[in-house]
Write a protein that binds this ligand. Sequence first.
Ligand code: ADP
Ligand code: MG
Length: 258
Amino acid sequence: MSLLTVRDLSKSFGGNRAVDGIGFQLAAGELLALIGPNGAGKSTTFNMVNGQLRPDGGSITLDGHELIGRKPREIWKLGVGRTFQIAETFASLTVVENVQMALLSADGRVFSMTRRAAAHKRSEALALLQQVGMAAQAERPCSVLAYGDVKRVELAIALANAPRLLLMDEPTAGMAPKERNELMALTRQLVQQRGLGVLFTEHSMDVVFAYADRIIVLARGRLIAEGRPAEIRENPLVQEVYFGSGKTFERKPVVTPA
Ligand code: ADP
Ligand code: MG
């Protein structure tokens, strides 16, 4: 059975059909890319899954539980996580403190950063930082980290709630190619180790083709293709949407996923 099942999902803004009757499934342990030109409806889809936006129609189920109509916090508690940008106010906290806060929040003890609670969560936080390769920088303030390292901490924070489905909307935006590949390789590793399902958007086709297990393609709110990277690469409709007729995706050598 799939982890996430989306059926006939729609959302209009005024007369603009941002998402127009799409459906797809995502299994546990699967890294699914949602691609499409700007304005295709990718973020709108994400925001309906995480409960920020109420769909006009359709259904979104996680393990058979309907998510539509639930508040974002409830959906998060059911195991749908997403990577947030670390808020300005937390930038002065250290890396490990940020993850401790996230662990406390996952327990429902928001902002109860008492000394004893903090001590209690410290080893758990360090274990998460170990998983994202940030243990060595645990005591540094987040404000001094390199951009790619901030993204790793954000991933650790998202994992603090032990999500079963992780939504990553443009996780590598603003990153250099090397950092992008590192973050996606790490994500892939987490997907395999934890049996996590991940839905992500990404502009770099190199990254998408290298790391996604499967790809779904949106154009003007409609799902126009779905398949393995090799199938999507050869799909004439997808090529047309991205580049106009005649052109194909470049076949640059890509970093092989670990
Ligand atoms: P993508 O993430 O694929 O670039 P979006 O989901 O952000 O696309 O947007 C899809 C369409 O919906 C676009 O035409 C966009 O202008 C419109 N849209 C998105 N959010 C809103 C909103 N809050 N209010 C009005 N229109 C919106
Ligand atoms: Mg978007």
